[in-house]
Structures are given as structure tokens and as C-alpha cells.
Design a protein around this ligand. Structure first.
Ligand SMILES: Cc1cc2nc3c(=O)[nH]c(=O)nc-3n(C[C@H](O)[C@H](O)[C@H](O)COP(=O)(O)OP(=O)(O)OC[C@H]3O[C@@H](n4cnc5c(N)ncnc54)[C@H](O)[C@@H]3O)c2cc1C
Ligand code: HEM
Length: 401
């Protein structure tokens, strides 16, 4: 529990901190990355540019300050961040750097309004948050048998398969010939790419897109091509260009809190859109291979057959009901075989197929898609604790739920 004087100060200052939250976290990143340019390798430059990173940090700090005395409320947030940090090799000593620059940014943005008492209360909240993350991350590293200094391992691409018009699947084998780590369907790895043209390395997360086979890991990467308004995605286009069979890449241990409970036998409902299919496809493959009696529903929304990622592996699985939706079907797409519904997807219209008693629901796709499906499920009487989701970017959802 926060001490009563700290709780009172936090409650009194939450509105003003919230009103300036992204200004504070924006200034924080400027300060910290200016003083420690080496940390630019760690932070996603695209998320810096879009402002999503500062929003995610501000949302998390706000949610933690509000709810830190209610462990159940804050648990999903802590788990999400700890898994992401572990996939990036974040170490305990880095929290001192972040804390120093975050507190200095609060001081700069709020000025004289920050009395010694207010600074002490927010510093206490920061270090409680940091302590909880450091402890969780230490357990994740220990369980994986790694340290932050050894979080990356070299893998070689042993298979490369095009997935429709825009994606590619890469099967990776450790070059030390020891087996890859175990993982749960739904988890992801970080892949590091050298970008000499901008003088940086960058890490990105990719969900494992196949069930474990004890020898390899597979990822499926959608190429984020740019246009007049946006540059090419740094890592996905680099992998699309250079990740040929025989090429070598540094890859993290699998982490991620959206994972299928492989010990359970309850029904699994998987609802995805676009490249969000990858973690749910791994779950589907796991069910087919290891839990063939477990019932499931697999809903996937793609624009059309050319954008239907992993379509070639969509073969019927005995106890899984498929609902494939193309919302911009082409003439050559066959209704009834490669998709079951053409046009806009509205979950409520398919509730009889999708909603199952005792099921767990896994969502992955663009944020507005997941919010719509989550609301529709809650509207069908599904308990919120049964709805799980993965966000392919800084999570702007958990802190707001
Ligand atoms: C847990 C998790 C799992 C994921 N799983 C997968 C997966 O299985 N498959 C997959 O393909 N992806 C997955 N992702 C997404 C992946 O990590 C990358 O975010 C994605 O590949 C894009 O990275 P990039 O480096 O190519 O693009 P970035 O360089 O990060 O750019 C991202 C977007 O921002 C735009 N942008 C960048 N800079 C600017 C700027 N200055 N102004 C305007 N726009 C800009 C780019 O045009 C691009 O559209 C996952 C993400 C997470 C967090
Ligand atoms: C209490 C302290 C911290 C908090 C509250 C915090 C919070 C967060 C949050 C909310 C995210 C987004 C998670 C997501 O993807 O949904 C994140 C990602 C990240 N954090 Fe932290 N963090 C803290 C400390 C640190 C430290 C010490 C470092 C190391 C310098 C660090 C580096 C990163 C990086 C590199 C990312 C990924 C950014 C991206 O991909 O856009 N964080 N953190």
C-alpha cells in the first residue's frame, strides 16, 4: 500500500499530471535519448515518430498511480510490460536512468508546481512500479535460463515461404545446433536488424506462427511498404529483402503474456484480422497437433485471398469451426471454400457460431478491430476476464481497460 500521505498527494495531483502526461513522457524521451544515444537502438524509431511510445508510457504510469493498491487491476499491465521488456533485454540498472530522466521531465514540464512533497510521492510511485517490473523480469530471465546481457541468440533461416502478396514466413534454426527454447502458442520473439544506413540497430517483435516442433521457430512477417506519406517499415522491409535461406539473425527468447493455456481443455475462440492471424494460427496448429479433441472456433478477417496470410495451412481441423471473412473479396476468391463470408464482419451476426460457454477468447488485429470485437463479446455476455488480446505495437489498450 502507498503511505496515506503519498496516496493523498498522488490523488490530488493525478489530474494535472494526466493533463500533461504525454508532454512529460515526450520530454523524458528527448532528455534520456539525448544523454544516452546508445539507447536509441533499443527504442522503436517508428513508435517514437508516431508518438505511440510516449502515449503507452504515460498511460501505464497513470494507470499504475491510480490502481497500484489493487493488484488484480494492475496485473495484466505489469505482465504485458515485463514480457516486452524481457524480449528486449532490459536490465535493472537501466531503471535508474529512466527514473532520473522521468522525474526531471516532470519537474521541467510542471515547473514550480512540483513541491518537494509532490516529487517524493511520484518518485515513490515510480520506484514501486520499477520494483514490480524488475522482479517480474528477473523471474522471466531466470526461467528462460538467460541474462539481459545474453538475451539474443543466433538463428539461421532454413525455409522462406511467401504468404500471399505481402508477407513471408521464415523458419529459423539456432546456429549452435541446440534445440530452440520451448514456448507457448501466442508468444513472440524480438528480432534484431542492423541498419547501417541510419547508424542504428532495431528490434521488433514477431509472433511465432507455428506450434513448437523442438527444432525450429517460425515467424511470419508482413512487409510494411511506405507511400507518399510514410517511409518503408525499417525492419519488416529489411527482412523481406535480406532474410534468405542461409542468412543469420539475432533473435530473443520467446516471451509474451497472450499465450494459450495448453493445460486446459475448455473451448478456444480465436478472432484475428490481417497479420494478427500469426499468434492465433500458432494456437490453431497447436490444437491440431497436440490437443485434437479440444473444441475451437477460428475467425479470420482478411481483405481478400491475396492478403490471406497463412491461407495455405488453413486445412480443416476436426474440432475447429472456421469462419473466414474477406471484406474486399476479388472475383477469383471462392465463397464457400477459401472464405465463408464476404463483406463487413460483425461478430454479433455470427454469435451462434462464435460464442461458446466456458470458452476463452483470443483477439489479435488492429486496435479498432479488437475494441469492436471485445465490445461485441461483452455485449453477448462473455465475461471480460475471458477475453485476451495481443497488440502489435505499444499497447494503448490495457491501460485503458
Ligand atoms: C507482440 C507483437 C507481435 C507482433 N507480431 C507480428 C507478426 O507476427 N508479424 C508481423 O508482420 N508483425 C508483427 N508485429 C509488428 C512488428 O513488430 C513491427 O511493428 C512491424 O513489422 C513493423 O515494423 P517495421 O520496422 O517494418 O516498421 P517501422 O519502421 O517500425 O514503422 C512502422 C510504421 O510506422 C510508419 N512510420 C515510421 N516512421 C514514420 C514517420 N517518421 N512518419 C510517419 N510514419 C512513419 C511506417 O511507414 C510503418 O507503417 C508484432 C508486434 C508486436 C508488439
Ligand atoms: C517503471 C519504469 C517503466 C515503465 C512504467 C515502462 C513502461 C513501458 C510500456 C508501457 C511500454 C509499452 C509496452 C507495450 O508494448 O505495450 C514499454 C516498452 C518499452 N520499454 Fe519500458 N518502462 C519502464 C522502464 C523501462 C526501462 C528501464 C527501459 C530501458 C531503457 C525501457 C525500455 C523500453 C523499450 C525499449 C520498450 C519498447 C518500446 C517500443 O517498442 O516502442 N523501459 N515500457
Amino acid at each position: 500500500m502507498l503511505a496515506p500521505n503519498h496516496r493523498a498527494t498522488i490523488d490530488a495531483t493525478l489530474p494535472v499530471v494526466a493533463a500533461h502526461a504525454t508532454a512529460i513522457t515526450g520530454r523524458f524521451y528527448e532528455r534520456m535519448l539525448g544523454a544516452h544515444p546508445e539507447l536509441r537502438n533499443l527504442f522503436n524509431q517508428g513508435n517514437q515518430a508516431s508518438g505511440e511510445q510516449k502515449q503507452a508510457l504515460a498511460g501505464a504510469v497513470y494507470a499504475y498511480a491510480q490502481h497500484c493498491d489493487t493488484p488484480d487491476a494492475i496485473e495484466p499491465l505489469l505482465n504485458r510490460i515485463a514480457h516486452k521488456h524481457a524480449s528486449l533485454g532490459i536490465s535493472a540498472d537501466m531503471y535508474t536512468i529512466v527514473g532520473r530522466h522521468l522525474m526531471a521531465a516532470i519537474g521541467e514540464i510542471l515547473g514550480d508546481a512540483v513541491t518537494a512533497e509532490i516529487a517524493e510521492a511520484w518518485d515513490t510511485v515510480y520506484w514501486r512500479f520499477a520494483g514490480e517490473l524488475i522482479a517480474r523480469e528477473a523471474v522471466l530471465y531466470r526461467d528462460a535460463g538467460i541474462t539481459p546481457a545474453s538475451f539474443l541468440r543466433e538463428y539461421e533461416v532454413v525455409e522462406r515461404v511467401a504468404e500471399g502478396d505481402v508477407a513471408v514466413s521464415l523458419r529459423l534454426r539456432p546456429t549452435d545446433d541446440a534445440p530452440p527454447p520451448a514456448f507457448k502458442p501466442g508468444q513472440y520473439v524480438s528480432v534484431q536488424v542492423e541498419l547501417p544506413e541510419i547508424g542504428l540497430r532495431q528490434l521488433r517483435q514477431y509472433s511465432l506462427s507455428d506450434a513448437a516442433d523442438g527444432r525450429t521457430l517460425r515467424i511470419t512477417v508482413k512487409r510494411e511498404a511506405g507511400d507518399d506519406a510514410r517511409p518503408d517499415g525499417l525492419v519488416s522491409t529489411n527482412l523481406a529483402r535480406h532474410a534468405d535461406v542461409g542468412s543469420r539473425w539475432l533473435v530473443s527468447n520467446p516471451f509474451g503474456d497472450l499465450a494459450l493455456d495448453t493445460g486446459a481443455s475448455t473451448p478456444v475462440v480465436m478472432v484475428s484480422a490481417g497479420v494478427g492471424v500469426t499468434p492465433l494460427h500458432a494456437m490453431r496448429r497447436h490444437l491440431a497437433r497436440h490437443q485434437p479433441q479440444r473444441r475451437g472456433v477460428f475467425v479470420h478477417v482478411a481483405a481478400h485471398g491475396g492478403r490471406h496470410i497463412l491461407k495455405r495451412e488453413q486445412a480443416a481441423v476436426p474440432h475447429i469451426d472456421d469462419l473466414i471473412v474477406y471484406d474486399a473479396a476479388r472475383g477469383e476468391d471462392r465463397l464457400g471454400s477459401d472464405h465463408h463470408h464476404a463483406g463487413r464482419f460483425a461478430l454479433a451476426e455470427h454469435a451462434a457460431t462464435i460464442v461458446r460457454p466456458d470458452a476463452d477468447y483470443y483477439l489479435c488485429g488492429p486496435l479498432p478491430f479488437m475494441i469492436a470485437q471485445r465490445d461485441a463479446l461483452l455485449g453477448q455476455g462473455v465475461p471480460a476476464k475471458r477475453v485476451h488480446f495481443e497488440v502489435f505495437g505499444p499497447d494503448l489498450l490495457t491501460a485503458t481497460l
